[in-house]
Design a protein around this ligand. Sequence first.
Ligand SMILES: Cc1ncc(COP(=O)(O)O)c(C=O)c1O
Length: 420
Amino acid sequence: MEEKSQSPSWPLRDLASIWHPFTQARTAPPPIPIVRGDGAYLYTESGEAYLDANSSWWVNLHGHSHPYIIRAIEAQMQKLQHTLFAGFTHPPAIALAERLLSLLPGKFDRIFYTDNGSTAVEAALKMVFQASKGKKGLLSFQGAYHGDTFGAMAASGRTHYNRPFWPYLFPVNTIPPPLFGREEESWEAFEMALATTDLAAFIFEPLVQASGGMRLYCSKTLAKMIKACQERGIIAIADEVMTGFGRTGSLFASPAPPDIICLAKSITGGYLPLGATAVKNSLFEKFFSPEIGAFLHGHSYTANPLACAAANANLDLLLEPACAASRARIESEHRQFQKKWKNHPKLLRCECLGTLLVLEYKTETGSYFDPLKEQLTLHFQNRGILMRPLGNVLYVLPPYCIANSELQKIYATIIETLES
Ligand SMILES: Cc1ncc(COP(=O)(O)O)c(C=O)c1O
């Protein structure tokens, strides 16, 4: 079919036909039409370049249009594009499951595929609840974000991301996360929850609460919590949807082996949607019992072969020594920036964890809805950098192919906001 391609009309055609996620259509500026990606850059039709400082919502790992991943998808496309995954299987899904199981921290036995981070979490919760006859309680951290489906929203607790849905969410026991300096308060709340609630599972984003404001917290306390849960038969679910695949330095962030790991986002390097929930046989085999029966969950595109092929190619690149070196290089650049600017009077905090750099600005509201968000977004956009601050929290989470000169451009643009 012939494509109408008058470039100036793209935003207008978009505005007339599309409903965008997490966007107030009445007030939002028109979206920027992107026609091409290459390495760390996204391009408009007229050639304007945007440096992708947030890896396109934390999915892109090795850069856009990477020839190795493209070739893997093309090769798979020639053979098999899709098949249902109940009663059928295919080589890319099997190879990917085997490789993930060998890489995950701790011993995992099974991969259940879904389409994205929310459904990777949703599947984890449904597995636990279907298998745990009677035990219903779920424990999570205040300020968590686990996705936008109903179970994932409930697990996140009551936050600004899900306020209209509060009446429809099942109850969850939430405790403060062990933020640095507040570990004891968190541990006490954790012990109280264990003592007073019949918990089936504990879900957490390891080491950093991402959408909740890139809040870093104490790994030692989390490790203690995971172990305490396991000693009591409470299933520890690590939501590594953001942290997985090297973002925090090591391949996965969980400081102690959990019982379930949820993966998505960077699993395909940002090429195709895919989610994965890794479990142990101790949970999987509960479904052998006739009373529990088959796990009642599945999606039409479960384990899509193209997505699995992309994920396998993504893993090849991730496991090359050069990739670990790039992650270490990014961290070292971030740390130098952090060392120099962390005490700036305009900042509440400046932290670094692996390839993630976080800056929280001092503002009046200090919330997700802080007007600084729009100002910062525009400041970077006007200088050709794609950033999406979380209210007054700005972060850099780049694809691993980003060059030092490109990082320096981002830092210089941040410094302008501090020194103006
Ligand atoms: C930790 C975490 N879990 C789950 C999700 C949901 O992932 P998705 O947007 O792919 O549904 C996100 C998304 O930001 C996330 O950061």
